[in-house]
Write a new protein. Structure first.
Length: 580
């Protein structure tokens, strides 16, 4: 399996290197379990009526232009709209409409609208779509017929500036949001978006553009609606087996590994299910999405090229979606899918699903708990109610290698930690907002099952009014980072600048200790960074260095987490010394 990973956090250097931000493409779960690829959203514009088109140099409307009766068009920017049934007419003036089955022959030129949001010169072509329509759009450089044959004389497939023409496609929904885009397909520089499931009734816009902002060239565009009746698997009952087929009429999403079928079932909180996908000719891949659209489990190869999601316990009532797809992005093949409910098993321990401040609770991670590779295997989701500004400490202790992740009410990672002390994990962080938080109690080893204890505490308010601004050799002083202190992104948020006088050749040790995650930076008299440190021991920081010049040095006492405020203790002494 080639698992994905969820965003990391600012909790420690080690864990921040293990997790990277993913899911730059949004996945919207629609009614009936249909998934839609959503791209970047542009802003409003004038000129064409398209979002983001503030740089239009020519005014244009989205209504059809008059059609010439002759076989050719005069002037720049020619286009052709097909007759009903998919026929291709002679070139006419710029068209602004297209319909299912049409093949448009047109030209992008410097009389067309221009916008950075759509990569420069572009032509907006509108069509009427209905919710649930599965649509495909292809754009090729040059004039071509519906079967791919060139129209004589065939124009050159190069842009006016002499480079190879590189088409680029956008599809914009009725609300002005970009719902799909594409640059290069497997067929070189041509563009195509396949298997777009339209989310609502209304007027959609295909934006025909070029990859280069100043590119002008002839192109052929084809709009199709794909017939999916009778061939697609879209729902399944528990304890049943169904057959489906991945084909090029199915939705397509690179985050779902290419063509996929979204298959829904109704589940209840506490049910444990097993899902299998098998195919004789294909390399299958499975994902399971909860009712909110979050991936809770996935699998590639459990038995040869077949996939199995073992013993996932559903955490809430609602409609779950199985993403039946392929490991290879362009593969299409028939498959068999089964979903069955299974017992909790004889080794089932107590499931921990909630905790309150001040509690320490015991539980066990086991095979009947939910499982997801990006959550490091089997895990228990434990919720608590928190308020903005509260400083919480979460600790997970076990004889095995524990791992903690904290999610906020909006589903974003707030913090995570692997080894705070030995193999135990601890998160200390301020809460950014009111709401229900989720602690993911899991393991560093993906297949591990073990007993553990989990504790949650909320720190009482700390006096953050004491500013520390100077220190001398041999001193240990207390300070507090607060919102009244200076703030700089260069110094990781709020910080306290603490000065001392040093001489060239002094060997010094600076230590900063706190219940929170400290960070130290030492600046020379000229303001350059001499040294810095995050975690020397646990979450505490230490700098040991030899001073290179006489003058006033500045210790920047700050935090690894940019918005953190907390009390701390700072010491300055000769190398080899430590805080008492």
């Amino acid at each position: 399996m080639k698992p994905s990973k969820w965003p990391g956090s600012d909790q420690s250097d080690e864990t921040s290197n293990r997790f990277t931000t993913k899911r730059l493409t949004a996945i919207l779960l629609l009614a009936g379990g249909t998934l839609l690829v959503a791209g970047l959203v542009a802003g409003p514009v004038a000129g064409t009526g398209l979002p983001g088109d503030t740089g239009a140099t020519q005014q244009a409307t989205l209504t059809p232009a008059p059609v010439q009766t002759s076989g050719s068009a005069s002037g720049g920017g020619s286009a052709s709209a097909s007759d009903a049934g998919g026929a291709v007419s002679d070139p006419v003036q710029d068209a602004r409409e297209v319909a299912y089955g049409d093949t448009i022959r047109s030209s992008i030129d410097d009389d067309d609208p221009q916008s950075e949001s759509y990569r420069g010169y572009h032509e907006p072509l509108t069509f009427e779509g209905s919710a649930g329509d599965v649509v495909g759009v292809e754009m090729r450089a040059g004039y071509r017929g519906t079967g791919g044959e060139p129209y004589p004389p065939r124009p050159p497939r190069r842009s006016d500036e002499g480079r190879p023409a590189d088409p680029y496609l956008f599809v914009v929904g009725p609300d002005g949001d970009i719902i799909a885009e594409n640059d290069d397909t497997e067929n070189g520089l041509n563009a195509a978006v396949r298997g777009i499931v339209l989310p609502e009734d209304g007027e959609y816009t295909v934006v025909a553009a070029g990859f280069r902002s100043e590119a002008t060239f002839d192109y052929t565009l084809r709009l199709q609606t794909l017939d999916t009746e009778g061939a697609d698997l879209r729902s399944i009952d528990l304890n049943s087996t169904e057959t489906g087929e991945l084909d090029k009429t199915d939705p397509y999403d690179e985050d779902r590994r290419g063509f996929y079928e979204p298959v829904t079932f109704d589940g209840d909180a506490g049910q444990t299910v097993r899902i299998e996908m098998g195919s004789q000719p294909g390399d299958t891949y499975l994902q399971l999405l909860d009712p909110s659209g979050t991936v809770v489990a996935e699998n590639d190869d459990s038995d040869g090229l077949n996939s199995t999601i073992e013993r996932v316990t559903l955490t809430e009532d609602g409609e779950y979606t199985i993403v039946a797809t392929s490991f290879s992005r362009e593969d299409t093949f028939p498959y068999e899918l089964s979903v069955e409910t299974v017992g909790a098993g004889t080794d089932a321990g107590p499931d921990l699903r909630s905790i309150a401040p001040g509690q320490t609770r015991e539980s066990r991670i086991e095979e009947n708990d939910p499982r997801a590779p990006f959550l490091r295997g089997h895990f228990e989701p434990v919720t608590f109610d928190g308020q903005a500004g509260e400083d919480v400490t979460i600790e997970m202790e076990s004889d095995d290698d524990s791992y903690l992740i904290l999610y906020g009410p909006n589903g974003d990672v707030v913090a995570e930690n692997d080894d705070h002390r030995g193999l135990d994990s601890r998160i200390q962080t301020p809460l950014p907002e009111d709401g229900e938080y989720t602690i993911i109690a899991t393991s560093y080893d993906r297949e591990a099952t073990f007993d553990y204890s989990l504790s949650l505490s909320v720190e009482e308010d700390v006096d953050l009014s004491a500013d520390l601004r100077n220190i001398e050799y041999g001193e240990t002083r207390e300070g507090a980072i607060s919102e009244d202190d200076p703030e700089s992104r260069a110094y990781r948020g709020f910080y306290e600048p603490v000065t001392f006088d040093g001489e060239a050749g002094d060997d010094i040790t600076i230590e900063m200790e706190s219940e929170d995650d400290t960070y130290l930076i030492l600046l020379a008299p000229n303001g350059t960074v001499v040294a810095e440190n995050d975690d020397y021991q646990g979450l505490d920081s230490r700098i040991q260095t030899t001073l290179s010049t006489d003058g006033e040095y500045t210790i920047v006492a700050t935090s690894f987490s940019r918005e953190a405020t907390f009390a701390y203790e700072l010491s300055l002494g000769p190398s080899g010394g430590s805080m008492a």
